[in-house]
Design a protein around this ligand. Structure first.
Ligand SMILES: [Zn+2]
Ligand SMILES: [Zn+2]
Length: 153
């Protein structure tokens, strides 16, 4: 069963950078989306909906990329490393294959016409629908092609 655990980028970024400074048992809220969180243990965090996450890291040889893993094993459909790279560099990537240096996921970038605009689109094996970068009110995020809508001026 491919249940999807959605973890907002704002919450993940906040906890990765600042979570270690909260004392165990502390309640706090994501300053961007106001989601309530509790620090349950040294590397563990529980969201208001009861979902538990724990800080983990990928990498070797001195390089380390931290992320929040779902404690029940249902991982997000896009790893934090890939999301950060696609959001930061995806628009400027050449069409073709790209392999994430952190988790080795192979992505295929192409450009599609959507709503009359040329939109960079990212696909990987195991993902039913390709993703596009949705400009958000505060920050861009990845959505499936069907959910994508043109940016409002
Ligand atoms: Zn948040
Ligand atoms: Zn990755």
């Amino acid at each position: 069963m491919a249940e999807r655990v959605i973890l907002a980028d704002c919450c993940e970024d906040w906890i990765i950078e600042w979570g270690a400074f909260y004392p165990q048992g502390a309640a706090f809220a994501c300053p961007e989306c106001a989601t309530a969180w509790t620090k349950t243990q040294a590397q563990g965090y529980r969201r208001a909906d009861g979902r538990e996450f724990k800080r983990a890291a990928r990498g070797s040889g001195g390089a380390s990329f931290p992320y929040l893993a779902a404690a029940d094993g249902h991982e997000p459909n896009v790893d934090r490393c890939c999301a950060k790279i696609l959001l930061g560099h995806g628009e400027r990537m050449a069409d073709g294959e790209f392999t994430c240096p952190v988790c080795s996921t192979r992505w295929r970038k192409r450009t599609e016409r959507l709503h009359g605009m040329r939109v960079p689109v990212f696909a990987k094996d195991g993902l039913a629908e390709a993703l596009a970068i949705q400009p958000g009110r505060w920050r861009p995020f990845l959505v499936s092609l069907l959910e994508w809508s043109p940016p409002r001026e």
